[in-house]
Design a binder for this molecule. Structure first.
Ligand SMILES: [Zn+2]
Length: 319
């Protein structure tokens, strides 16, 4: 009999990843889906079924990270920027559909849990995480505890305002100039396209003229191939990120800020300018103590963290 497993699910704004994971956090199988806003629950159930059928191990529980605020006791969705899930009792609904114990938490909290227990923030007690993908998720570990706020709504680090007169924030956020409106996958694509139009002789410009759609991954690919215009677009996002982090460093005095999500693929092109802005603008001594690092598990932190939370829950059930 193979070792017992759990299934971790990371529901992103665009993509869903489900993984069959053992107690050493090794991934045995991955199931990918597009996140269909009109059929979120259906998509989660399908991916979990695929992951479950792909393993001969006993699957003991399912952990699910979602880009929503979750009421911690009931597992009900309190707010959701990307999907129409308000007031849906997600944990109970999925427990019934899947037939296994289910834990549901915010996706950034799941990523934070994985990086804190097993990854880039191991051994620390004051950690912030920013998961940068379609939107920006946030999580905070303060003095060794995940900070949830009065009603579980804390940690929306993507919605700190870095420019009062900035662009309208995407999704259901009523604000303007949030970090998320400057630093995200869609923001990278938008900035890349503007740069391509402004500089037709650059690699970005030639890609656009050649009929390619300017996406975040394309900007990243061209930047890593040496296109200066693409590199400058990513560095510019990195400086915005640094402005947001400066406020976070001053308020929370973290030991580590972990950056995860799809945009972590841009690596030091994004993080170096962010570190430089923090070093220049944040207060002493917090700015000298903080490390700004990529997630050890890249864009799989959310899935692995959801799995680790499921293991915890399964152990509690087993006594
Ligand atoms: Zn916002």
């Amino acid at each position: 009999m193979a070792d017992a497993c759990v299934i971790g699910v990371d529901l992103g704004g665009t993509k869903l990843l489900a993984g069959t994971v053992d107690a050493q956090l090794r991934v045995h199988h991955r199931a990918y889906r597009l996140s269909r806003p009109e059929a979120v629950v259906e998509t989660i159930v399908e991916a979990v079924e695929e992951a479950r059928q792909a393993t001969r191990a006993e699957v003991r529980a399912v952990g699910i990270g979602v880009p929503c605020l979750i009421e911690p006791v009931s597992g009900t969705v309190m707010a959701c920027n990307h999907f129409d899930l308000l007031d849906v009792p997600l944990r109970d609904l999925l427990t019934e559909r899947i037939g296994l114990p289910v834990v549901v938490d915010n996706d950034a909290n799941a990523a934070l849990f994985a990086e804190w227990q097993f990854g880039a923030a191991r051994g620390t007690r004051n950690v912030l995480i920013l998961t940068i993908g379609t939107g920006v998720g946030g999580g905070m570990l303060i003095d060794g505890r995940i900070l949830r706020g009065a009603t579980g709504a804390a940690g929306e680090l993507g919605h700190i305002v870095i420019d009062e007169r900035g662009p309208r924030c995407p999704g259901n956020c009523p604000s303007h100039g949030c970090l998320e409106s400057f630093v995200s996958g869609p923001a990278l694509a938008l900035a890349g396209r503007a740069r391509a139009e402004a500089e037709p002789d650059s690699g970005l410009g030639r890609a656009l003229a050649g009929g390619r759609e300017v996406t975040g991954p394309l900007v990243n690919e061209l930047a890593h191939d040496g296109d200066v215009a693409a590199q400058e677009v990513i560095r510019s996002l990195g400086r915005h990120l640094g402005v947001g982090m400066t406020s976070l460093v001053n308020v929370f005095n973290p030991e580590v800020i972990v950056v995860g999500g799809g945009l972590v693929a841009t690596g030091d092109l994004l993080l170096e300018p962010a570190r430089a802005v923090v070093a220049e603008r944040a207060l002493v001594p917090a700015r000298d103590q903080v490390r700004i690092v990529p997630a050890r598990f890249g864009d799989e932190s959310g899935m692995l963290g959801a799995a680790a939370m499921a293991f915890e829950a399964a152990e509690l059930v087993a006594g």
